[in-house]
Design a protein around this ligand. Sequence first.
Ligand SMILES: *Cc1c(COP(=O)(O)O)cnc(C)c1O
Length: 380
Amino acid sequence: MAGCKKIYLSSPHMSDEGYERNYIKEAFETNWIAPLGKNVNEFENELTKYVKIKHGVALSSGTAAIHMALKAAGVGKGDVVFCPSLTFSATVNPIIYENAIPVFIDSNFETWNMSSSALEKAFEKYTPKAVIVVHLYGLSAEMDKIIEICKKHNVALIEDAAESLGTKYKGKYTGTFGDYGIYSFNGNKIITTSGGGILISNNKEKIDKVRFWSTQSRDKARHYQHSELGFNYRMSNILAGIGRGQLKVLDERIEKKKYIFEYYKRELSELDSIKMMPINEWNEPNYWLSCLILTGKVTPIDIIEALEEENIESRPIWKPMQMQPFFERYDFIGSGISERIFENGVCLPSDTKMTDKDLERICKIIKGVCKRDGIVKKWQ
Ligand SMILES: *Cc1c(COP(=O)(O)O)cnc(C)c1O
C-alpha cells in the first residue's frame, strides 16, 4: 500500500542507548580497527559467559564457524555427516567444502527439528564422522534423545544454533550441549554484528586450534611459515564492537520476540486453519521467527502475497535440502515430514521494531485471507 512503511521479517535493531556506537568509537580512538583487538576478546568473553560455556572464537560468519567445527571434529574427504533436511543451506555447505558427504535427516512434527527416530535409522545405514543438529527458528531440538544416540555411537555432535542464541532446552542454552556450538550474527538474526559468527566449546585445545586455522595457520616463527592450510575467518574488532553492544539488549530482544509470537497466537487462534509452531514444555525459545502451519485450503503463497501487497515481508519455511537441485543427489532418511512443514508453513514478520498497530494490521490481513477458506483439510 502506498505510503505505508515497509515491515520487515527481521531486520537489524541497534540499542536505543547507542552501546554499539560507543564500542566502535573506542576502537576508532585507539586505532584498533584491525586486526582483532579488545572488542573481539571481550565479545568472546561476554558471549561465552552469557551462555555459560568456557571458550569461544569469534569468526567472520556462522558458516565459517560450522566449517571450523567440522574440521575440529576431524571431518575430511569422504566422511559422512548427518544433518537435518529442514534447514538453511549454510548448515550443509561447509560439509561440501571439506569434500565430505551429507546425509539428510527428517524432522518430526513435535519439534520441527531433527527426528531422533530418523537419526537412529540413519545410524543403521551409515557410520558418520559427525552429526549437526539445528535449532530452527529459535525452537530447540529434542537434545536428550539426540545426545544419547550420538554418545552410543561415539560420534561428535555439532549444534548449529545460528537462529537460537538465547534459547534454552531444559534450562540450558542451546549451542552448549554438543562438542561444538555455533551462533550467527548475520543481519537478520536475533542480534547482529552486521555479519559474523562464533564457535563455542568447552574444549580449549580445539578452540585454540580453530583460532590458529582462522588466522592463516601461522606457525610460531618470525618468518611466515605454514605447516597447515590456513583460513582468513576471524571477526574484525569493529564488528565485535557492534556485537558487544547488541549482547546488552539480547534479553530485551527475546522478550519482544516472545511478545510478537504470543500476539499472533492469541489473535490467530480463532482460525481453525492455523497452527502456530510447536512450543514444548522443556523449551524456552528465543522466538527468532514466529512461524505457523496452514491446515486449510489457504497456501503459504496466498498469505505471503497478501502481505506483500501491503509492503509487509514474510517468507516460506526453509525448503528441505533433499528438494534442492544442488543437494538432491545425497541420501535422505525420513518420511516426508520436512516437506509437509515446508509446503504448509509461513514465517510471519517478526521484526522487533514492530508496534501493536503493525501486528494488528498483519493479523487483519491474514484473517481476511483465511476467512475466504471454509474447508479444513486434515493435517498430519
Ligand atoms: C544464518 C544461518 C547460518 C549461517 O550463518 P551466517 O552467519 O549467515 O553464515 C547457518 N545455519 C542456519 C540454520 C542459519 O539460519
